[in-house]
Write a protein that binds this ligand. Structure first.
Ligand code: ADP
Ligand code: MG
Length: 362
């Protein structure tokens, strides 16, 4: 899904990337010895789109990003940018902006020298380089920090400098590999919003790697979920969350209970409705379980089990319920259900209800 029209004028005038181009990855594979790090991966990042690659450690995210950046040559497959295959083009001729988890800044230079560096390399006159670097620093909210030394900056500020350095030469593509992983949670969430705003402003075609599912959902137009060197699902954040295509995605993103269909038929009361023959399990998000029924025109399903634990977690309570055969269910009650939750006692039998349209078949 593309963002709304790329016509928002940027505050800095020339920091716009109006002529965004797509990146098309076609059947890319990469072996490390006997190990298949990328297995026939295809993915198109549309012009001006923000795609997050999400997956567990070792799933091949960085390898794919590095292949697009030009630091790794795939064994097979092609990568198209602006209509031509760039697989053999050296990284420095691709003109892509890259940001890594480690800032990779020059510690002995000040902020201005770090950000002008890509422009100096491209032979931009120093006056203009400084003017453009100042504009890029404004964009990342570091206006006036040009004279600071890198060592004097916080982690978040350093990552903003790295971002400014990546966008200062107006790249047509921005590649980021876990740029926020080294930051603490609060700063990370702040920076996610800032990177998203920056993208709304500049509309640079962006490929972003993270292992943090919440970050991927927050920041991207579409999420590519990776597992074992393959893209297992490519969809909007909402579709990834609501309609995972398999159990791996369902478990990796969000919190869910997955019941094999055969078991569910025996233990769940209510009409499941039409079930495709290929369906093998049903999935319910923890927050979709309810302690009582209200509304839900499409009907309800009910399961009962033994309440094994109640944990208060601030915005919600986590309820751990065991079915008769021992299968564990996790349900979440939001804080406005405090009366219902308060009436519960560990060890009792509870009924959990879920609206039928909140049940997803896998
Ligand atoms: P991710 O970024 O998803 O954590 P990577 O793309 O870095 O995963 O790595 C994918 C797999 O390839 C991992 O199992 C990793 O150990 C392996 N790998 C990555 N780089 C090399 C390399 N240079 N030599 C051998 N194996 C590698
Ligand atoms: Mg990685």
């Amino acid at each position: 899904m593309l963002l709304s029209p790329a016509s928002t004028p940027s505050q800095t005038g020339h920091m716009n990337s109006r002529s965004a181009e797509s990146v098309r990855i076609e059947a890319v594979s990469k072996m490390y010895g006997e190990f298949r790090a990328l297995d026939d991966v295809s993915l198109t990042v549309e012009a001006g789109e923000f795609v997050a690659m999400l997956g567990p450690s070792g799933s091949g995210k960085s390898t794919l990003l590095m292949a697009v950046a030009g630091f790794i040559r795939p064994d097979r497959g092609r990568i198209f940018f602006g209509g031509s295959d760039i697989v053999r083009l050296p990284a420095n001729q691709r003109g892509f902006g890259v940001v890594f988890q480690s800032y990779a800044l020059f510690p002995h230079m000040d902020v201005m020298a770090n950000v002008t560096f890509p422009l100096n390399v491209r032979g931009v006159p120093q006056d203009e380089a400084r003017r453009r670097a100042a504009a890029a620093l404004d964009v990342v909210k570091l206006g006036g920090f040009g004279g600071r030394r890198i060592g004097e900056l916080s982690g978040g500020q350093r990552q903003r400098v790295a971002l400014a350095r990546a966008i200062v030469f107006e790249p047509k593509v921005l590649l980021m590999d876990e740029p926020l992983s080294a930051l603490d949670k609060t700063l990370r969430e702040e920076m996610q919003m800032e990177i998203r705003e920056l993208h709304n402003k500049l509309q640079i075609t962006t490929l972003y790697v993270t292992h943090d599912q919440r970050e991927a959902l927050t920041i991207a137009d579409r999420v590519a979920v990776m597992n074992k060197g393959r893209i297992v699902q490519l969809d909007s954040p909402e579709a990834i969350y609501r309609r995972p295509t398999d159990e791996f995605v369902a478990r990796f993103i969000g919190e869910a209970t997955i019941l094999p269909l055969a078991k569910a038929r025996g233990m769940v009361a209510g009409d499941l409705g039409a079930v495709e023959p290929s369906a093998r399990a049903l999935m319910v998000r923890s927050e979709d379980f309810c302690l009582s029924r209200a509304g839900g025109d499409g009907g309800w399903l009910t399961v009962s089990g033994l309440l094994r634990g109640i944990v208060f977690q601030g915005d919600s309570w986590l309820l751990q319920v065991d079915l008769a055969d021992g299968q564990a269910i996790t349900a979440r009650a939001q804080k406005h259900f405090s009366a219902e939750v308060g009436a519960l006692e560990v060890g009792q039998t509870v009924e959990l209800h879920v609206r039928r349209d909140r049940v997803h078949l896998l």
